[in-house]
Design a protein around this ligand. Structure first.
Ligand code: NAD
Length: 296
């Protein structure tokens, strides 16, 4: 049994914290928003009056915040100072690679251990403890965290040193964005050429066009009955979150100088989508924009 402070009890954090408690760990939660605290209490989680109170007696502090700024601010504004030296800080938020490295450096300078451990799998994965964790940090700290991460997820991969969990997340989501756009463009092109959705699916899903964006998140209704297209693009993975993650990809591309034109174009396309009607839709809904913007 480990004493865990779980900070950030939003869409992802609360079900993750509840799974840790269910696995027998002593979990104390905190969120800055009173409604999140109320929901946590109603869900049976023990909650503290402040993040620093929750962290003070914890062996492990897990954060699940909206952005890197929240993580760095919380670390600086008392969290690191409130905990005993050697506390293991695990940041599960999706943040920029350089912010993750800053967070590691701050934690280590304060005498603590640190991992970046962003997730994929969404709210359903958080609820069912089937998340995938991508972890950056030392092997020793990874092994210490593994039982906790395994209580919240199904797949736990160490990607390398500080920040490389976030690097894996940003690279994966850039592939996903580009491939979802490519699949959507292909379906609209097929429509214009008189090709049925099912025929294109039957060919591409068994040929070299095969990918997750086609076989799981198929952007047209019919071929994959569980895809968001069959429920009017209810997420799934919302356009706003894809746009956020591509913003982090853009930062990483700027930082490294990589010639990632497809990634940058996907960033532009999803930013427009999320600034408009797509923020709350599944990101596969980009097909409706492609259709609307097509000539004729
Ligand atoms: P959310 O906005 O629902 O939850 C974040 C919570 O953090 C909020 O309740 C907020 O009040 C709280 N918070 C902020 N600063 C805090 C502080 N200093 N102390 C305590 N609580 C604080 O967001 P979410 O959907 O749960 O996502 C969390 C992270 O996970 C994000 O970085 C997101 O990009 C990533 N993520 C989300 C999904 C998803 O499907 N929602 C999937 C993968 C990754």
């Amino acid at each position: 049994m480990t004493r865990v402070a779980f900070l950030g009890l939003g869409h992802m954090g609360l079900p993750m914290a509840l799974n840790l408690a269910k696995a027998g760990h002593e979990v104390i939660g905190f969120d800055v928003v009173p409604a999140a605290i109320d929901a946590a209490r109603a869900g049976g989680l023990v909650v503290a009056d402040a993040g620093t109170d929750a962290a003070a007696s914890a062996d492990v502090v897990i954060t699940m915040f909206p952005s890197g700024r929240h993580v760095i601010d919380a670390y600086r504004d008392g969290l690191l100072a409130a905990t005993a030296p050697g506390t293991l800080f695990i940041d599960c938020s999706t943040i920029a690679v350089d912010e993750a490295r800053d967070a590691h450096a701050l934690a280590e300078a304060a005498g603590h251990r640190s991992l970046d451990a962003p997730v994929s799998g969404g709210v359903v994965g958080a609820e069912n403890a089937t998340l995938a964790f991508m972890v950056g940090g030392s092997d020793e700290h990874f092994e210490a965290a593994r039982p906790l991460l395994e209580a919240m997820g199904r797949r736990v991969v160490r990607c390398g040193g500080a920040g490389l969990g976030q690097a894996a997340k940003v690279c994966n989501n850039m592939i996903l964005a580009v491939s979802q756009i490519a699949v959507a463009e292909a379906f609209v092109l097929g429509e214009r050429l008189g090709l049925s959705h099912q025929a294109l699916f039957d060919v591409a899903s068994n040929a070299s066009g095969q990918c997750w964006a086609l076989t799981t998140n198929c952007p047209v209704p019919g071929p994959v009955p569980t895809s968001p297209a069959n429920r009017d693009y209810q997420p799934g993975f919302a356009g706003a979150l894809m746009s956020k993650d591509l913003g982090l990809a853009e930062q990483a591309i700027d930082l490294t100088g990589v010639d990632a034109r497809m990634g940058l174009l996907a960033r532009e396309i999803y930013k427009e989508f999320a600034d408009g009607a797509g923020a709350g839709q599944d990101f596969s809904g980009i097909i409706t924009t492609i259709r609307a913007e097509s000539r004729g």
